[in-house]
Structure formats: structure tokens, C-alpha cells
Ligand binder design. Structure first.
Ligand SMILES: Nc1nc2c(c(=O)[nH]1)N[C@H]1C(S)=C(S)[C@@H](COP(=O)(O)OP(=O)(O)OC[C@H]3O[C@@H](n4cnc5c(N)ncnc54)[C@H](O)[C@@H]3O)O[C@H]1N2
Ligand code: MOO
Length: 499
């Protein structure tokens, strides 16, 4: 694992670069202090603190020692590697596009019972298997009447789900329940609160009776064969209801991509409180449901510690189409992801992204149809990797349509990184502008901000001014957008059917 326990979106040099425009060559010292980790009122450290001074003195002393030449060499090498890595890093928008294009194989449609279809995507248009309603239906409890009143009321009544009553003749009425079949020759339904029977049992309407009132004619909502929804529509609870009403027992859906989560790190506990340098694994509980919300079927979550052999074996034997690893992406002594991918001859499609947090994230193709997303271990950096690389890849694999980007003005100034995009948790206000309020506790190791947020604001390099419109990344439990054509082509008047 990387030695630095708190690598932030801005380290000291980067924070200084923000106030020292134009940028001079930046010399990184990742182990020598950082900007405030996203906690309230972050401040660029313009004056060295006593702690910095002591650290600097110690560093100078050390640097003067001849015995440390080899350490300097190693540091130079690692700085070179860091620079090379930064150079390779993909700009954030491009990284998302690469991930969206990475899945090329066509998906096989699978027919699943309605009970298993929620959250999937339709592999074919939803076409009505019946007229809806499939027979003329009473919209109200009351009387079905034929011709002008008053009407003689028949002894028997008609209930929903029962066989239809005999045809009425003019001047006849029959008691009818909501949803019951309308007998032939009926001209209107009178609601029970709008009719009175006299002592001879004859029915009188209390208000004017319009022809056809409170009758839902067969096919009012759709005719058999009508397209109700286009292919690629997400299957929501409402879609399940519509499909059942239209006669479906199963739905043709796009197969869910199988995903496996490999949690790396010897320092992780699965229960209890952190102690003696050990911390709780925050990603094991967070990622599986998040991946499911993004369309994946999570087939396994495994904790491998910092064991290069175990990682190699897991990657070579996994049956998942998407392997998500957490941690081990940096260049620390036990960061095994890069070396293992090299051993496997994987194709690195994205190796580092110009985004904070999460810049060490990566995307690799292991073999045809099998990908790995390497998420950095810092929890918010992992969320950033999830939304930057796993989300577009899973969207393509599960047949979902990319949401239209949406924008909201930020309430406050948001500090930017000098070169990289920042993703900052925001809360959306219910005001007319839908203002986004940036949240504190947005440091790479923190989940407190994201847990309270409605989305992530995309802050361009250089930052954003109050009122500036920023793209907002939805969290996957927010509503999915409708694909093109959904809601179009409804027959005239279909929306205006109030009762
Ligand atoms: N010399 C450098 N060191 C680091 C750099 C750098 O540029 N130069 N980048 C830093 C950044 S930024 C990040 S992000 C991390 C990424 O490191 P890894 O992906 O190798 O992650 P680890 O070192 O394994 O862990 C980092 C951090 O996160 C904690 N962690 C890991 N897994 C979990 C988990 N499942 N739940 C909760 N917390 C987890 C881990 O204990 C570390 O504190 O590298 C920096 N270093
Ligand atoms: O800044 Mo790291 O990428 O913690 O996320």
C-alpha cells in the first residue's frame, strides 16, 4: 500500500501553484504535508508551520548525508515514475469516453420473469399483447344505464371479474362495480352518489347524463401490438406494472454484466472498531450495492489482503466480465495491481486520470470481453473511479442509455486543481435554480460528504466561481432518465383522463 495515508486533491505544491499563477514546474513532495483534506475552511499553507520547518531541517540534514545517495536515487526514480505516470494520465472526459467504448461485444438478450426484471434494461420494445382495457369497463361504482332515464333497475348487479350481464334495453339500468364489464347497449354509467332510486325502485339521475360517461372504452390506453416503450428502457417498478397489465409474464432484457470485487489491503478489518493501525473496510460494504445500482450482477466480493500471488490467481481465474479491485493502484511496496496486470499482459486502456480525487484509477482489458477497473484505496477516490470508469463501462455492458448531462449553479466558490478536474460532493437545493451546495468533508479518504450528497459536481481545472453552472453527476439511486421516444406517441387525450 502507498505509504502516504492522506493524499489529497491538492498537495502543498499544488495548492501553492494555485496562488502562484502562472504555474512554474511543480516539484512534488507527497510525504511532506498536504492541503487541508477537504475539511471545513481549507487554507493554502502560505507560511511554513513549525512542523514543516522541523521536517525541512531534518530533510536537509538527511540530504547532506552521503550514505543517503542511494535513497536520493530511489526518490529520483520514483519522482520520474510519478512524472511519467502523470504524463500518461488521461483527461477526465476522455477517460469516461474510453470506458464507454471499451465494451464492444453485443449483449445477449435474456428472458426473465417479471420478479427478476427490476433494474435491467429492455432488450426489445415493450409491445402490448392485448388491448388496454381489454373490454369496455366501468370507471365508477354506480349504475350502467341504457337510453334516457328514469330507468328500471334490474335485480342482479355486475361485479369486476364476473361474466358480463345480458344486454340492456332502453330505460333499463343495472348496478355495476368499478372495473366490471359494461353490458351491451349501455350508454353511460351514473356514479352511485349521482343517482337516487324512488319508492318504485326507479333510478333518477341527479345531474345531466353525458353519452359514454364513466365508461373506459376497450383500447383506450393501447391496442394490441402498440409499442408501449422503446428498447433500452430501464425496467422500473412502473414498467413492471405496465408489462403485467399488458399481458407479460417474462420480459426480454439485456443480460447483466457479471462483476467481482477484490478488496486489497492487509490493514482492513471487516468488523468492530479500528485499532492499532487497522481500519474498517469501507469499500466491501459500499461497492456491491453501488455496482448493482449501475446494472451489474455482483458474483463475488473477496478480500485478498496484500498478496500478489492471490491477486494474480484471482485475475486469471475470475469468470466476471468486470473485475473491480480496490487499493494497490499506486507505487507503494505492496501495490500489486500494476505489476500483476503487466504479468498478465493486460492492455492498459486508462492508466491514471486527470481527476481529483482518484487520479491513480485505471482501466485494463484482460481478455476479450473481460475488463478490470482498479479503484484507488482512499474511499472517495474509489467513488471517483467508480463513476469515472466503472459507470460508463457498465452502462455500455448493460445496454443503458447515457443520461443527458445536467448542470446546476454552485452556491459557493469551489477551489480547483490547477490541471485536473475535481469531483466534489454537493447537495441540491429545492430553489428555482436547483443550486448545488458544495459539501465539506470531501477529502479523498472521507465519505462523510458523499454520504450526505445528492451528486458530484464536476469542477473544471482552475475552479468555479459562485453561480457558475457545473455538470452534476447523479448518484445511481437517483431516477434514471427516459430514453428517446419514451412518452411520445401517446394517443390524443390519453393524458387527460381524470375522474
Ligand atoms: N508517493 C505517492 N503516494 C501516493 C500517491 C502519489 O501520487 N505518490 N497517490 C496517493 C493517492 S492520490 C491515492 S488515491 C492513493 C492510492 O493508493 P492505492 O490505490 O495504492 O491505495 P492504498 O495505498 O491501498 O490505500 C490508500 C488509502 O486508502 C485506505 N484504504 C484502502 N482500502 C480501503 C478500504 N477498502 N476501505 C477503507 N480504506 C481503504 C488505505 O488504508 C490507505 O489509507 O495513493 C496515495 N499515495
Ligand atoms: O487524491 Mo487520491 O487520488 O486520494 O484520491
Amino acid at each position: 500500500m502507498a505509504g502516504s495515508d492522506d493524499a489529497h486533491e491538492l498537495d502543498v505544491d499544488e495548492a501553492l501553484a494555485l496562488v502562484r499563477e502562472p504555474a512554474e514546474p511543480v516539484d512534488r513532495h507527497p510525504d511532506r504535508g498536504h492541503a487541508a483534506p477537504g475539511a471545513p475552511a481549507p487554507a493554502a499553507p502560505s507560511t511554513p508551520t513549525p512542523a514543516d520547518k522541523t521536517a525541512n531541517k531534518a530533510a536537509d540534514k538527511t540530504a547532506n548525508k552521503a550514505a543517503d545517495k542511494s535513497a536520493d536515487k530511489a526518490a529520483d526514480k520514483s519522482a520520474d515514475q510519478a512524472n511519467a505516470h502523470r504524463h500518461r494520465a488521461t483527461p477526465w472526459p476522455e477517460a469516461r469516453a474510453v470506458a464507454a467504448r471499451a465494451a464492444t461485444a453485443p449483449r445477449t438478450p435474456v428472458s426473465v420473469p417479471l420478479t427478476q426484471a427490476l433494474g435491467r434494461v429492455l432488450a426489445a420494445p415493450l409491445t402490448a399483447l392485448t388491448d388496454l382495457p381489454s373490454f369496455d369497463t366501468s370507471a365508477m361504482d354506480g349504475w350502467a344505464v341504457a337510453g334516457p332515464g328514469p330507468w328500471t333497475v334490474r335485480e342482479d348487479g355486475v361485479l369486476a371479474g364476473h361474466a358480463g350481464a345480458d344486454a340492456l334495453t332502453d330505460g333499463e339500468a343495472v348496478r355495476i362495480a368499478t372495473g366490471a364489464r359494461i353490458p351491451r347497449e349501455v350508454t353511460a354509467v351514473i356514479r352511485s352518489e349521482h343517482g337516487l332510486t324512488d319508492d318504485k325502485g326507479r333510478l333518477h339521475a341527479q345531474r345531466e347524463v353525458m353519452h359514454g360517461q364513466d365508461i373506459r372504452p376497450r383500447g383506450q390506453e393501447c391496442r394490441s401490438g402498440d409499442q408501449l416503450l422503446p428498447a433500452q428502457s430501464p425496467v422500473t417498478p412502473a414498467v413492471l406494472g405496465l408489462a403485467a397489465a399488458a399481458g407479460y409474464d417474462e420480459l426480454p432484457t439485456v443480460a447483466r454484466p457479471r462483476a467481482e470485487v477484490l478488496v486489497l489491503g492487509d490493514e482492513l478489518l471487516t468488523e468492530g472498531r479500528p485499532h492499532e493501525g487497522l481500519i474498517r473496510d469501507a469499500l466491501g460494504p459500499m461497492l456491491p450495492p453501488w455496482l448493482r445500482a449501475l446494472g451489474a450482477e455482483v458474483i463475488a466480493v473477496r478480500r485478498l489482503g496484500d498478496d500478489a500471488k492471490a491477486l494474480h490467481k484471482a485475475l486469471s481465474t475470475s469468470e466476471a466480465e468486470l473485475i473491480v479491485t480496490t487499493g494497490g493502484t499506486a507505487a507503494g511496496p505492496v501495490d500489486h495491481v500494476h505489476p500483476t496486470l503487466r504479468r498478465l499482459g493486460a492492455d492498459l486502456l486508462v492508466d491514471g486520470v486527470k481527476v481529483r480525487p482518484g487520479h491513480p484509477m485505471l482501466l485494463a482489458r484482460l481478455a476479450a470481453g473481460r475488463h478490470l477497473v482498479g479503484l484507488p484505496g482512499n474511499p472517495l477516490a474509489a467513488v471517483s473511479g467508480l463513476l469515472t470508469l466503472a459507470e460508463p463501462l457498465l452502462r455500455a455492458l448493460s445496454g443503458r442509455i447515457a443520461p443527458e448531462p445536467y448542470y446546476a449553479p454552485v452556491r459557493d466558490e469551489v477551489h480547483g486543481h490547477p490541471r485536473d478536474t475535481r469531483l466534489v460532493p454537493v447537495m441540491l437545493r429545492a430553489d428555482p435554480e436547483g443550486t448545488a451546495v458544495p459539501l465539506h468533508y470531501n477529502g479523498p479518504a472521507m465519505l462523510r460528504g458523499i454520504a450526505a450528497s445528492d451528486g458530484l459536481a464536476v469542477v473544471p481545472p482552475g475552479g468555479a466561481k459562485p453561480g457558475q453552472e457545473l455538470e452534476i453527476l447523479d448518484l445511481p439511486w437517483a431516477l434514471s432518465p427516459s430514453p428517446d421516444g419514451m412518452g411520445e406517441g401517446l394517443p390524443d387525450g390519453a393524458e387527460g383522463c381524470f375522474t
